[in-house]
Design a protein around this ligand. Structure first.
Ligand code: SME
Length: 173
């Protein structure tokens, strides 16, 4: 699939994997993340490590990053890897704001099928599918959401949701 707009030199288009291939790369990424982090307590250090190693190991992870809860009903951009992400998102707006408001993960097969500005916020026209999950601390409080975009439709499924849910709980829970 040709990209909607030219990608910056430092980013490559996504490459899809089968469920079995996904499990292999998630296992490698998880082992690397857990061995690097050890008993690290700093949330920022955890986020930047997760972004870097997931993007390193998983070829359809185009934009990877965190949005953090600020105040009662807003997300502010956190650590990420990829093209410029929007800076603030109100709870209930876009995929990230919906996940923050409901506390439930969302998988989007084709972001272009959503109502732009309401159901989806297009930070990068190359993003075509997306998965967003809530990130909770050990005390159950919402740290924010974890957002991953791919340049290909249908990149994410229940394997991604389970692997990412388990990894985020293991690192932040
Ligand atoms: N697509 C997200 C916004 C974040 S940018 O993709 C990094 C959303 O719809 O909430």
């Amino acid at each position: 699939m040709s990209a909607a707009v030219e990608m910056p030199y430092f980013i490559k288009p996504s490459r899809l994997l089968s469920p079995d291939q996904k499990r292999v790369v998630y296992n490698a990424a998880r082992q690397a993340i857990l061995s690097i982090l050890g008993d690290e307590a700093d949330e920022q250090v955890k986020m930047v490590t997760i972004n870097c190693l997931l993007k390193t190991h998983i070829p359809y992870f185009y934009w990877v990053g965190f949005y953090l809860v600020r105040g009662k009903d807003e997300l502010v951009i956190g650590p990420y890897q990829g093209t410029l992400g929007c800076l603030y998102i109100k709870f209930g707006r876009g995929v990230c704001g919906t996940v923050a408001a409901t506390g439930k993960a969302v998988i989007v097969y084709d972001t272009h099928g959503l109502i732009q500005g309401k159901e989806h916020i297009a930070c990068d026209p190359n993003s075509r599918s997306e998965i967003v999950l809530p990130v909770r601390r050990a005390d159950g409080s919402l740290l924010g959401v974890f957002d991953v975009d791919s340049t290909l439709e249908g990149s994410f499924d229940e394997v991604d949701e389970r692997e990412l849910e388990e990894l985020l709980a293991e690192v932040f829970g």
